[in-house]
Design a protein around this ligand. Structure first.
Ligand code: FAD
Ligand code: SF4
Length: 473
């Protein structure tokens, strides 16, 4: 293991003397009774001790594995020295909304997978330490500085989800005048209308929105783009445009019986729950169909609605699950039964026309997911019929995005409806940039932030007259 010389020999061995920690969580029996965040924060001493586990690699694999290239070894060193505020500032240099990102990032698939200690020991708990730092810094009012004077240029940011908030943050720090448009009445997009509040408290998103407002960002909410405001309007009224709008396609079940009573669509169920509309499912048996964090949020929300039993059916194996290991463990602790390699083939109804059983088969992936799905093969001997009163369809069956509204269609999309951009995140329309799910389809929040930062840099270069030309026809 080759390391730098900035640590003492004792510090170099801290990893072998202290096991990896994670943010403390509330007991499962308590948290299933409410929708508050599951995880609390480290105390300062514990955070500092965990940071000393980092061996300060010369070529840190964690940094390479982080989509925004967070200089992890640098801020871990500062954290280990107790210089929390400086460490938090280093984090914010590469991540516009780190306190949101760290709560959701599947870090065991990203930075922590790249940690060299993952072989001989356990990786440094990078994500948990990043969350501690950001909550610490924001808790004492230490917010990343605005680095430039107002520059007289204006940018319209379309949407107020993760990509748009991150882009607005980057641009406002660089002195641009930013106006954000969203059809929702609260900023946050999927962060507040999908993701369960027990993983990301909406107050954390609201705090970031207030920081943006404090920097002069204007939010125009309840405005549907393509309807009341067109792309032509935005191009006329602003110097540049960033498009971060997205509507995830509804999730469905393509099996006989999918029309039965008691079969719900996952994203609508979560949106209702986020707005406080939650069913009383005491005594009900719930089956959730789907593999990813959306399905897992549905299952854990169903537990909190009082369900007598919640089973999640995942087509893939645990090894290829998109969910973070921590979220799977939390869900299991809360009583969710997770069956991998299982899909429903039919739903059966009772005389009242409501679902009562799910016919299930075992499956194994025959090919890797190429972004358009993967081939599944049947595994014999795994057929069963499971009693269910509620079935939640949370499998992403339709990769085709809804078409873009009005003249937004002019920014150009591929066959699946995903918007095409060049290396600067510029679309085929000069001065119009895009990022997040509108470009990638369903993606992790950290990738939306990566796009937003790239786009903000592209916008700054474009408006400074540097050679940024759209490479798209
Ligand atoms: C249930 C759920 C759980 C998730 N869990 C995780 C997780 O654990 N980890 C992770 O990394 N990621 C997770 N994600 C994904 C994460 O939320 C996304 O990566 C992120 O929100 C993408 O941001 P975005 O800005 O591209 O899109 P969005 O957040 O969807 O924002 C798009 C915005 O556009 C607005 N809009 C759409 N159409 C219009 C229009 N015509 N006019 C005006 N405004 C419009 C919408 O109101 C919305 O605010 C989850 C998503 C969901 C739904
Ligand atoms: S942004 Fe995500 S991948 Fe990067 S260091 Fe933070 S938790 Fe890890």
């Amino acid at each position: 293991m080759k390391t730098s010389h900035s640590q003492t020999p004792d510090a170099l061995h801290a990893w072998s003397e202290l096991s990896a920690g994670d943010l403390p969580s509330r007991p499962a029996s308590e948290r299933v009774g409410d929708f508050a965040e599951v995880h609390r924060t480290f105390d300062e001493e514990a955070a500092q001790a965990q940071a000393t586990r980092c061996v300060q690699c010369v070529h840190p694999g964690c940094v390479e594995s982080c989509p925004v290239g967070s200089p992890i070894e640098e801020w871990l060193q500062l954290l280990a020295e107790g210089r929390f505020r400086e460490a938090a500032e280093v984090v914010s240099r590469s991540n516009a909304i780190p306190e949101i990102c760290t709560r959701l990032c599947p870090r065991d698939h990203l930075c922590e997978r790249g940690c060299v200690l993952g072989g001989p020991s356990e990786p440094v708990c990078i994500g948990a330490l990043e969350q501690f730092l950001q909550d610490y810094a924001l808790g004492i009012g230490a917010v990343a500085d605005v680095t430039s004077e107002p520059n007289g240029r204006s940018v319209a940011v379309v949407g107020a989800g993760a990509a748009a908030l991150a882009c607005a943050d980057e641009l406002s720090r660089r002195g641009f005048s930013v106006t954000q448009f969203d059809c929702g009445s609260d900023p946050g997009g999927s962060l507040v209308r999908g993701t369960a509040s027990f993983r990301l408290d909406p107050a954390v998103v609201r705090r970031r929105v207030e920081i943006l407002r404090g920097r002069g960002v204007t939010f125009k909410l309840d405005v549907t783009l393509g309807d009341r405001v067109s792309m032509a309007d935005l191009r006329r009224d602003f110097d540049a445009v960033f498009v971060g709008l997205e509507v995830r396609p509804a999730r469905g079940l393509q099996v006989p019986g999918a029309h039965l009573g008691g079969v719900l669509e996952g994203l609508s169920f979560l949106a209702d729950s986020a707005s406080g509309v939650r069913p009383d499912w005491k005594g009900r048996r719930v089956v959730v169909v789907g593999d990813d964090e959306v399905a897992l949020d549905c299952a854990r929300t169903a537990v909190r609605c009082g369900a007598a039993g919640v089973t999640m059916l995942c087509a893939g194996s645990e090894a290829d699950s998109a969910c973070s290991g921590r979220d799977l463990a939390d869900a299991r602790e809360e009583g969710v039964r997770i069956l991998f390699g299982r899909v429903p083939v039919a739903l059966q109804g009772n005389e009242a026309g409501s679902v009562c059983h799910v016919q299930i088969v075992g499956v194994a992936r025959l090919s890797a997911d190429d972004g358009r799905g993967s081939k599944l093969g049947l595994v014999s001997g795994a057929e069963e019929s499971m009693a269910a009163d509620i079935v939640i369809a949370a499998a992403s069956t339709d990769r085709q995005r809804a078409s873009l509204p009005g003249d937004f269609a002019g920014i150009g999309a591929d066959g699946l409806g995903e918007v095409l951009v060049d290396a600067n995140q510029m679309t085929r329309l000069a001065g119009v940039f895009a990022g997040g799910e509108i470009v990638r389809g369903p993606c992790d929040v950290v990738h939306a932030i990566r796009d937003a930062r790239q786009a903000a840099a592209g916008i700054a270069a474009y408006l400074a007259g540097r050679a940024v030309t759209t490479g798209l026809a």
